[in-house]
Write a protein that binds this ligand. Structure first.
Ligand code: FAD
Ligand code: SF4
Length: 549
């Protein structure tokens, strides 16, 4: 018998009638819902490990390990306080729930994919869904904040700051402004020193999970690092205490900075725990807004991420059914025909993939190129891309600006299919679940749904990357002369000039592009063709000679 089962068995309880709850993998909390209110002795929880789900996509090994060990630790925590626990391994969630005697209740899962798997059980009355109390805002907030679509995060953010009274002095925002973003855009030169993320003791449960992941999912990509898994509640508290004392005091000013010397800089690295509900958004906001060590600009910057962006993205996903309600959602042109499965690995269908709708294929600007092998770990010679990709396959994490301004930016400049990019982020990142990864990548990161949720595509040339990072210092290209990223940027603006003409925030860049000479345009287009073809084939094929571009 496994050590986990042995530990769980020690808490086996009598067979008195209980109210049984199904707890999905992304609701590992007793801070909300019936578990927070009802006596433990009257409750039972059903937890389901589903290896088929883990095998469905080439998920990073670290992601699988965090999810499994968090779930097992949650099971033990609940058993310890007197809740009856059934922890089962099953081929599907639906099968596990169907086998459970009697009816079950569950807070509404955040993930659409799980909701659709459970829908028949809800229809039959076997499973009753309760509101998910972990969210800070409601669908009514999303609707009341603005008239849309298109939607804007800012309007939503101001509305919910006011409604919830967070960082407010009556009806006025603290400090006189809702956003301190303008001050929060500094590059980082090494001062203050970047904090080192904590490591955690690896207990028997985590050890066993890591062995399972290696044995069963060892062919999945990514490095498994057991001592970087915050598995117990004490680990979770330690990570959050570190984030508060070491990261958040400098969070605001360096929010947009990137560096080879620190992968996370002053970002908190709590997203995976938030999305599993091991940490609650309510607790985060309460702690941050009352911590005198954190200046107002950093408090505001963090509140905007958690209360603003995170909640907003979830509402957009719900309101569009993951963009399935948009034109082109099932367009066969955004992907090769016959490619409708769930997952791909390095350009090929993934063996564990199942048939299904595979998500929305909307591609606002018609981008449909495959994702270059560089994203799967083949070196490209572009130091910005290679540095961030290596970090992702090492840690299953990189911070927001590396996601947006390196990985998504380059994919956009190369006209990569938004769906392919989204699927890549979904498997590579420890915090990726459909409700959050799809709006962030398909929406914000690739402009795949146009201006539905953001004002512009976040594209930039080498000057931005050079200003905000030290990546260019170690690159074989020179950001001012030989780097292909800037011509790619001009080529992008030129290719999509008509479609982007109505985007107010691109008026200046489009005007600058219009002034480029025919010879410059011709060089931009040549660079685009050479780099996209070269990267599609792999590093050796990317022209490296100085001056080629
Ligand atoms: C292309 C792209 C893909 C992304 N994919 C994901 C994803 O799969 N899962 C995910 O949780 N976030 C995603 N994000 C949002 C954001 O980048 C991450 O939440 C953040 O980088 C996580 O690191 P952190 O905890 O150190 O964040 P911090 O910078 O410390 O921010 C604090 C918290 O704010 C929340 N947050 C900030 N921005 C967003 C956002 N746009 N959407 C949702 N939550 C946000 C997160 O919970 C985060 O933990 C993505 C962003 C982009 C541009
Ligand atoms: S020079 Fe260009 S390719 Fe190299 S790191 Fe800078 S932006 Fe990236």
């Amino acid at each position: 018998m496994s050590r986990f089962r042995e530990l769980l068995r020690a808490y086996e309880l009598g067979a008195q009638p209980r109210r049984w709850l199904f707890v999905p993998y992304d609701q590992l909390t007793d801070a909300v819902g019936p578990l927070s209110r009802e006596p433990a002795g009257e409750l039972g929880v059903l937890l389901v490990e589903c290896p088929e789900k883990a095998a469905r996509r080439p998920y990073h090994q670290q992601k699988l390990a965090l999810l499994l060990t968090s779930m097992r630790h949650f099971a033990l925590e609940q058993a310890r306080r007197g809740v009856a626990v059934r922890h089962v391994v099953a081929s599907s969630y639906a099968a596990a729930l169907a086998e459970h005697p009697g009816t079950l209740e569950a807070m509404r899962p955040a993930e659409r994919e799980l909701r659709s798997e459970l829908a028949p059980l809800v229809d039959s009355g076997k499973l009753r869904l309760l509101p998910h109390e972990g969210w800070l805002t409601t669908a009514e907030d999303f609707q009341s904040a603005q008239i849309g679509p298109p939607w804007r995060m800012d309007a939503f953010y101001r509305y919910v700051r006011r409604r919830l009274g967070i960082l407010m002095d009556g009806d006025r925002p603290l400090g006189g402004r809702f956003s301190f973003d303008a001050e929060n855009r500094q590059p980082w030169g090494g001062d203050p020193p970047a904090p080192t993320p904590p490591t955690f003791e690896v207990d028997d449960v985590t050890l066993e999970v890591c062995a399972l992941v290696r044995e069963r999912f060892g062919h999945h990509p990514g490095t498994l690092t057991p001592d970087r898994l915050p598995a117990t509640l004490a680990d979770v508290d330690r990570l959050w205490a570190w984030a508060r004392s070491e990261c958040l005091p400098s969070f605001g000013p360096f929010e947009d900075a990137m560096s080879t010397r620190s992968r996370g800089l002053f970002h908190t690295q709590v997203s995976a725990l938030l999305n599993l509900q091991r940490l609650s958004a309510r607790r985060l906001l309460e702690d941050v807004t009352t911590d005198p060590r954190i200046p107002l600009a950093s408090q505001e910057g963090f509140v905007r991420q958690v209360l603003g962006w995170r909640e907003y993205m979830r509402h957009v996903h719900e309101a569009t059914d993951g963009f399935r309600r948009l034109a082109g959602a099932t367009s066969p042109t955004a992907r090769a025909p016959g490619d409708g499965g769930y997952a791909r690995w390095a350009g090929k269908p993934w063996p564990g993939s199942q048939s299904g709708d595979g998500g929305s294929l909307t591609s606002h600007l018609g981008a449909a190129r495959p994702l270059p092998p560089a994203y799967w770990g083949a070196r490209s010679g572009l130091n910005c891309l290679d540095t961030v990709v290596a970090a992702v396959w090492q840690d299953a994490y990189s911070h927001h600006i590396t996601r947006l301004m390196v990985l998504a930016n380059l994919a956009m400049l190369l006209n990569v299919s938004p769906r392919e990019l989204t699927d890549w982020f979904w498997v590579a990142y420890v915090d990726a679940y459909d409700w959050v990864v799809e709006p962030n990548v398909h929406g914000m990161g690739s402009f795949g749904v146009g201006d539905l949720l953001t004002t512009k595509p976040y594209v930039a040339g080498a000057a931005y990357i050079d200003r905000m990072s030290d990546y260019c210092e170690g690159c074989r290209f020179d950001p001012k002369t030989t780097c292909p990223v800037t011509p790619l940027y001009w080529a992008y603006l030129h290719r999509h000039r008509d479609a982007l003409a109505s985007v107010p925030r691109l008026k200046l860049p489009l005007a600058a592009e219009a002034k480029r000479s025919a010879a410059q345009r011709e060089r931009d287009a040549r660079t685009y063709e050479a780099v996209s073809a070269g990267l599609t084939e792999g590093e050796e094929h990317l022209p490296a000679q100085k001056g080629l571009f």
